[in-house]
Design a protein around this ligand. Structure first.
Ligand SMILES: Nc1ncnc2c1ncn2[C@@H]1O[C@H](COP(=O)(O)OP(=O)(O)OP(=O)(O)O)[C@@H](O)[C@H]1O
Ligand SMILES: [Mg+2]
Length: 398
């Protein structure tokens, strides 16, 4: 392979569809490797745009908008950084020979809870929560009865816990269904109803695929699981490595390898696993670096963002080593819209040895918007967790 110079003929180009914090770290890794970076998002001044060669602000649900940018830029790899993208446009572009990481079909399946659950539970027979699909109130009622209470209803398509509603009894089913689909992405009225399990802890198994030019093989590898807890539906804190037993880790890695080999392509996937008692359950998978994997910025010699860029461009990553126990904790906005927010007490947080702060550069806040992350290494994950909790509690957004 030949890698040209950015902005010159022969440059390798990566186009990011979605320019959030994950995109920003991918852009930085690509920049370090001398790759030309184009950042796209629906709003201007998004995190990855601060570190890209060029940027475009378009509605990514509009297939023509995406196709126009791709034709103009002719990238070597297209990375879907978020779910809310017109996936039919990606499928069409792939059919013309453009490389989508990991592949267009995986991006399409993973954003759809029903298609993904069918693939994981019915085709691959992976262990999951009990579930049923429904598309009207009657079907929701029946699903709840079959599954038992409490159960959790989720729209066919949505992200970050939008439209997740807990149902405790039959009388709640109707309102829950209406509430759930009001948060759905797109026009679908379909939902998945899941058994609500008591989650003891959660794992993300980062699993990646790359092409090895020396052997001509496609390799699938898992990274030691990352552990995280979610007091609410969104990501708060993760640590690496996880503290679960070797048996649980092996089961989780086995599940991750199966689903990722099925989805195929080249890139990293974040396979989400729920641990409930002695059950190790496949929950869902993201076809991209994972927010809980921000911890790999300090825990691993090669982080999840670099792995994705390498795989997307056809480059190998034969091994990833954990260099230190580590943790990460989000910095959330505490108020509604502020433009050009300011962060205070960063200097206090950085007094804690081993702590690093990443502020994403998002131009404005809304309540609970993720604005940054605190990372720390420690002699143990417990020590690292303590450091990130302390440091993140000091930093205020105003
Ligand atoms: N069946 C369930 N029982 C108990 N808790 C659940 C169940 N399904 C999901 N959860 C909890 O809700 C969280 C979010 O669920 P899920 O990953 O399906 O949603 P999401 O919208 O894709 O969120 P994200 O984009 O943050 O991954 C899970 O990480 C878990 O903590
Ligand atoms: Mg999830």
């Amino acid at each position: 392979m030949e890698i040209g110079t950015p902005l010159f003929e022969g440059a390798k180009k990566v186009l990011l569809l979605g320019s959030g914090e994950l995109g920003k770290e991918m852009a930085i890794e690509a920049q370090r490797m001398g790759i030309e970076v184009i950042a796209v998002d629906r709003y201007d001044l998004a995190p990855a745009m601060h570190v890209a060669h060029r940027k475009y602000v378009v509605d990514m649900m509009n297939g023509n908008a995406i196709k126009a940018i791709v034709r103009r830029e002719n990238p070597d790899a297209i990375i879907a950084e978020i779910e809310a993208i017109n996936t039919d446009a990606l499928i069409e572009l792939e059919s013309y020979g453009y490389r989508i990481a990991p592949n267009a079909n995986a991006v399409k399946i993973c954003m759809n809870r029903i298609e993904l659950r069918k693939l994981a539970a019915e085709k691959l027979k992976l262990p999951t929560t009990k579930y049923a699909f429904a598309e009207n109130v009657e079907e929701v009622r029946k699903a709840c009865k079959d599954i038992g209470y409490p159960c959790l209803i989720k729209p066919e398509m949505s992200s970050s816990g939008h439209g997740h509603v807990l149902i405790n009894k039959d009388e709640e089913a109707e309102d829950a269904y209406r509430e759930s689909i009001s948060h759905a992405r797109g026009k679908s009225r379909r939902v998945i109803v899941e058994e609500f399990v008591k989650v003891d802890t959660e794992l993300t198994v980062l699993t990646y695929r790359y092409y090895s030019s020396s052997t001509g093989n496609i390799v699938t590898k898992t990274i030691e699981p990352i552990e995280h807890k979610r007091p609410s539906y969104y990501y708060v804190e993760s640590w690496h490595p996880s503290t679960v037993s070797q048996k649980v880790k092996d089961e989780a890695k086995g599940i991750a390898t199966k689903i990722v080999e099925e989805l195929g392509g080249f890139g990293i996937y974040g396979v989400e696993i729920l641990i409930s008692g002695n059950r190790v359950l496949f929950s869902e998978v993201a076809p991209r670096p994972h927010d809980t994997g921000l911890v790999t910025l300090v825990s691993s010699d090669i982080n999840e963002f670099q792995i994705h860029i390498r795989s997307a461009l056809g480059l190998p990553t034969p091994e990833v080593k954990l260099v230190s126990p580590a943790a990460s904790h989000v910095i959330l906005a505490q108020s509604d819209e502020i433009w050009g927010p300011k962060f205070i007490n960063v200097e206090r947080a950085l007094e804690i040895p081993g702590v690093q702060v990443r502020l994403f550069g998002k131009p404005s806040t809304y309540n609970k918007r993720r604005m940054g992350v605190v990372l720390a290494t420690g002699n143990s994950v417990e020590e690292a967790i303590e450091k990130v909790r302390k440091a993140s509690s000091m930093i205020l957004v105003k």
